[in-house]
Design a protein around this ligand. Structure first.
Ligand SMILES: Nc1ncnc2c1ncn2[C@@H]1O[C@H](COP(=O)(O)OP(=O)(O)O)[C@@H](O)[C@H]1O
Ligand SMILES: CC(=O)N[C@@H](CCC(=O)OP(=O)(O)O)C(=O)O
Length: 279
């Protein structure tokens, strides 16, 4: 398979595809395992004129650090119960080590990346989620300062965003990374969001065998949540996908980060992973 840069050089990509800005959500489940070739692919996409925006998670690293510090943590309906103590660790891990790890990995392959969290410039504005009495300082996004992201892109950098939100009083919120990525995609008005995780897409048992669904409808997603075939960390992904495809985002593709050249293959329209689209 040729890279997207080679295809671009061969004049095979449409001009609008080449200029395209897209959001990529990188899950904590897969970050440590992502090979250098993943970041090479990302850099080549950027060099070919595409404008990636990364929103990352880091759930497993947060849990490890909380455990080391002896701070209790539990998930309620997929959201981490977040006290001020938990929030300190969430911010330290996401805005600190994970964010800078991704920036370094992009820079190590010669790319240009700029790390920031939703707190910087009040990039991700948030309010408490509806069940905040149960989960504490967990936020839902009310606004994204798209011009900050575009400013970073205009300077030639890939924005790498940690999903911490802030409100007008300066209160920080822990935001699920899939939810934050969906909100960033909606506010930027990108055509596509790519969700990079540790499974090859949404899987379903068919005749006792697990198969990856190449596409799913909103109705199928609802049914699969109902039957428990979609559970745990896949739920916020499909919910974020369903909520952003009602706006300008046309498709959300869930893929495995360890697939060779997965990003350029998605951008070239190859059928890979699971595609969630409108209609
Ligand atoms: N139907 C499904 N198909 C594939 N994975 C699923 C499904 N339902 C639940 N999952 C789980 O979702 C996980 C991915 O979510 P998560 O662990 O939160 O990843 P990330 O850190 O990338 O956000 C998979 O490893 C799998 O255990
Ligand atoms: C509110 C909430 O649950 N926030 C998540 C934020 C990180 C995240 O979502 O990371 P992944 O993408 O790796 O799951 C958490 O504290 O784990």
């Amino acid at each position: 398979m040729r890279t997207i840069l080679e295809s671009h050089e061969a004049g095979e990509l449409q001009a609008d595809t080449v200029q395209e800005s897209f959001v990529m959500k990188c899950g904590g489940s897969t970050l440590a395992a992502l090979p250098d070739s993943f970041f090479h692919d990302l850099r080549q996409l950027q060099q070919s004129g595409m404008q990636p925006v990364i929103v990352h998670g880091g759930g497993p690293a947060i849990s490890d650090n909380l455990a080391k510090l002896g701070i209790e943590s539990e998930f309620v309906h997929g959201l981490r119960k977040t006290t001020e103590d938990v929030l300190d660790v969430v911010e330290m891990v996401l805005s600190g080590s994970i964010n800078k790890q991704i920036v370094r990995r992009i820079q190590n392959v010669g790319g240009r990346a700029w790390g920031l969290s939703g707190v910087d410039g009040s990039l991700i504005q948030a309010k408490p989620v509806a069940n905040s009495a149960e989960v504490g300082f967990v936020g839902e996004v009310t606004h994204v300062e798209a011009n900050i992201i575009q400013g970073v892109q205009d300077m030639g950098y890939i924005p790498v965003i940690a999903p911490i939100g802030i409100d007008l009083s300066g209160q920080r919120y822990n935001i699920n990374a899939d939810t934050a990525a969906g909100a960033v995609a909606s506010h930027l008005g990108v055509r596509r969001m790519i969700v990079v995780t540790d499974v090859p897409g949404i899987m379903k048992s068919v005749n006792g065998e697990k198969v990856v669904l190449s596409s799913v409808t909103v109705q199928e997603i609802d049914d699969m949540i109902e039957t428990g075939e979609i559970y745990g960390g896949m739920i916020p992904k499909v919910r974020a996908a369903m909520s952003c495809i009602h706006g300008e985002v046309q498709e959300v593709v869930i893929v495995d980060g360890s697939e060779p050249q997965v990003l350029s293959r998605v951008m070239q329209g190859e059928i890979i992973g699971t595609r969630i689209a409108r209609g």
